[in-house]
Design a binder for this molecule. Structure first.
Ligand code: ADP
Ligand code: MG
Length: 488
């Protein structure tokens, strides 16, 4: 039997007899999938790619379902980028393999919008293909700098829901300090670290805290990409006065992922004025980025020196105990507590960031809900099968050797050679340290892969680099960057 829906998700809820697949409703699947993706993706990505999709049909006879995209361009991109994810979501939801296909939806819904198509200033958006700039649509009502009292804060991202550990305690302490004394102590505050480590969470927490203490404070959270759009829009509408009035009058500006300003000189110029105005008003500015100020590419020197003039704090990848604590806390808040041994199992295998942990937890919980099982290590292993095999494939000792050698511009062969000049010996020790951190290999196994070295040599390297890393910010940063390339 074939169930056909006509396009929009609104219509789907009017169905007289919701079709049943294994007593799980396809509508439930769609709501679930949309909900999960809205949490996994940035609001911008979600709005651009996922929101316009609709569930067109569900075919019981061959376990397949069809998703509609509003135009050819989005269809291609969705197929390329999200097909696997939908496949996986459907299979987890229905508890068996489901074939997901994509097609053009018959009646594309075209919202009334002004496009930035003809604008020569249109920036190259850093995410998604270049053509999206032409497609990119901005509704006039949304003109965000006009909605003056809208902070855009997410009320769930608070200090209370933020788990603390060694990796983020400095960043958290600084954030609390700034939340209590905005505009006085650390201005600007510059928070940097890799993806999914809690930067966005922390700056929302600062905003939420201030909003609670001073409900009339003029606070604005904005992603740098959105700020770029605002500049484009102000330019297009000849509305720079309004733009300036809005941004220059804030009490707290939280600007996220400022690396997106790279190469966008007009945006940088406007931001420079806003920044100067805010600081001279003793308004607080908080900036996040994926790297520290001096390392940022494509950003004007005078901005970099401004960023560097306040407090710069790093947020590090969570250590094992913190990953365990995060999993357990989030599991409880989802209503399905997870025992410590399961949390340890998951945390040991997933090391890179908190977002990844959240993704894993969602998978486990979906599995548990749909199969009516307890949360055990076995269940976790099954639910995370794909994720764990990707992890294992990606981070091998060989990959680490290559990434480290590339980073320090030495030959991979130097990783196993007997040569000992310092410019080789040190990267080699770093690679050994990372091999111990990021793979399941034992010390002798690692020694073997580094040209048949003794396990005591490896142990010495691991201890030495661990110790140096704890007091040498530069080394710590380098390791961090290498880790990111390994996980990219
Ligand atoms: P970033 O902005 O650094 O990429 P986010 O702040 O978006 O990372 O964090 C990714 C996800 O992980 C969010 O859902 C966030 O709430 C969660 N998260 C990050 N760090 C923590 C933490 N220490 N405690 C609880 N949740 C966290
Ligand atoms: Mg973020």
């Amino acid at each position: 039997m074939r169930h056909r829906y006509n396009g929009s998700s609104k219509n789907m809820s009017n169905l007289q007899n919701p079709p049943i697949l294994n007593s799980i409703s396809p509508l439930g699947f769609w709501d679930d999938a949309i909900g999960i993706l809205s949490r996994e993706l940035s609001p911008q990505q979600f709005k651009t790619w996922i929101q316009p999709l609709s569930l067109l049909s569900v075919e019981e006879s061959d376990d397949s379902l069809t998703i509609g995209a509003p135009n050819r361009f989005k269809l291609d991109w969705i197929k390329k980028t999200f097909a696997d994810r939908f496949q996986e979501l459907a299979s987890v939801y229905f508890g068996r393999p489901i074939n997901v296909s994509f097609t053009l939806a018959v009646e594309p819904n075209t919202p009334s919008v002004a496009t930035v198509a003809s604008l020569s200033l249109a920036p190259a958006l850093p995410q998604g293909p270049a053509i999206e700039v032409i497609e990119s649509t901005i509704s006039v009502e949304e003109s965000s700098f006009e909605i003056e009292d809208h902070s855009k804060l997410n009320p769930n991202l608070t200090f209370e829901t933020f788990v603390t550990g060694k990796a983020n305690q400095l960043a958290r302490a600084a954030s609390i300090q700034v939340a209590h004394n905005p505009g006085t102590s650390y201005n600007p505050m510059f928070l940097y670290g890799g993806v999914g480590l809690g930067k966005t969470h922390l700056i929302h927490a600062i905003g939420n805290h201030l909003l609670k203490e001073k409900p009339n404070a003029r606070i604005r959270y904005i992603h740098a990409e959105q700020y770029v759009s605002d500049v484009v829009r102000a330019y297009q509408q000849k509305a720079f006065d309004r733009f300036k009035r809005y941004y220059h009058s804030l009490d707290l500006l939280l600007i996220d992922d400022i690396q997106f300003f790279s190469g966008k000189s007009r945006t940088q110029e406007e931001f420079f004025y806003a920044f100067e105005a805010l600081l001279s008003n003793k308004s607080q500015v908080i900036i996040t980025s994926d790297t520290y100020p001096k390392e940022m590419a494509g950003i004007d020197d005078r901005l970099i020196s401004r960023f560097d003039s306040g407090l710069t704090v790093a947020i590090e990848p969570p250590e094992l105990e913190m990953r365990v604590a995060i999993l357990m806390k989030k599991a409880i808040s989802e209503g399905i507590p997870m025992s410590e041994d399961v949390a340890f199992f998951v945390a040991k295998h997933l090391r890179s960031n908190v977002r990844e942990l959240e993704g894993a937890l969602r998978k486990i919980l979906a599995f548990v809900r749909f199969h009516g099982r307890e949360v055990t290590i076995e269940v976790a292993r099954t639910a995370l099968k794909d994720l764990l095999s990707i992890q294992n494939r990606q981070i091998s000792v060989e990959n680490i050797q290559k990434a480290v050698a590339d980073f320090y511009s030495i030959k991979v062969a130097d990783m196993y050679s007997k040569k000992r000049p310092a410019n080789i010996a040190r990267p080699r020790q770093i690679a050994m340290f990372m091999a111990k951190e990021l793979t399941q290999k034992s010390l002798p196994e690692i020694g073997e892969l580094f040209g048949g070295r003794d396990h005591t040599t490896v142990l010495h390297a691991v201890r030495k680099i661990a110790e140096e890393r704890s007091r040498d910010g530069q080394l710590n940063h380098e390791i961090h960057v290498i880790e990111q390339t390994l996980k990219a």
